[in-house]
Design a protein around this ligand. Sequence first.
Ligand SMILES: Nc1ncnc2c1ncn2[C@@H]1O[C@H](COP(=O)(O)OP(=O)(O)OP(=O)(O)O)[C@@H](O)[C@H]1O
Ligand SMILES: [Mg+2]
Length: 307
Amino acid sequence: MNAPAIATRGLTKRFPGGQVAVDGVDLAVPGGSVYGFLGPNGSGKTTTIRMLLGLVTPTEGTSTLFGGPARAALTRVGALVEGPAFYPWLTGAANLHRLDAANPVADPSSAKRRVAESLDRVGLTAAAGKRYKAYSLGMRQRLAIAGTLLSRRDLLILDEPTNGLDPQGTREVRGLIKDVAAGGTTVFVSSHLLAEVEQMCTHIGVMRTGRLVAQGSLGELRSGSSPRVEVETSDVTAAASALTGLGLENVASAPGRVGAEIGTLAPEHVSDLLFKAGVSIRGFQVIRPSLEDVFVGLTGEGFDVDS
Ligand SMILES: Nc1ncnc2c1ncn2[C@@H]1O[C@H](COP(=O)(O)OP(=O)(O)OP(=O)(O)O)[C@@H](O)[C@H]1O
Ligand SMILES: [Mg+2]
């Protein structure tokens, strides 16, 4: 079997005098996945990413990229971490040329084409000749992403790539990430926005106060909680006893409605039996738990989706 794109064991960072920023994290990022690294502010995402890239030394634990140390994989990995270092007085295009020239495996004769293509992919062609210091936050973020797209990579590590982008820019970056992934590149992308991660990722890891509290494919995480049937009815008592009689679990009644976990039963089977039991049905729906519901269940807390 191929080595995972990223694997860590007990990865831990304790800053001098501070609390533990990253606490025994075991990441498993399969090759070919788009892995959403989710967590609220301060939960340890950036610190983890810095350790993956060898920019911060772990206090304890190990990490590998493609089965080896980070330094052996660096030409295969593109990364965008908080605060990219660009020269303020150079134009966007000139900054990319510098970055490209620093790549020992890039052919200098095709640099111009690579820079133009990267700028085009992030929608910065029109601003290519503008100095970096005159770029807006969103343009800076796009340039940083363009920098990771200069050459084909096996793995892209992106720390909050949509930070500072407007909704349109956010959609474009999501599209870009999907394109890159479709080309066979594994993408590890951090975010504090659950909805965003849900839209573009195949796998998710959830950080909370330095710990990885959940990890798996979207399907695996969703299957952690089962869909519910919700019946709107004026016969709450009759409906509840019919659902209980069907063997459904966690039957819950509220005025005008009854819900229960539907398990593996077909929804039409349930509605049919309610009808046969003489329950008048005003509304009937099956609600699949959103990932947010799953995470609330896992962490016992709401998720900071908007901050
Ligand atoms: N150089 C440092 N020295 C001391 N503490 C640090 C340092 N870098 C990060 N921390 C602390 O480690 C914790 C995790 O920070 P980190 O930046 O990894 O979180 P994050 O998940 O990336 O947050 P955000 O969503 O705000 O970017 C925080 O409590 C932070 O204050
Ligand atoms: Mg961060």
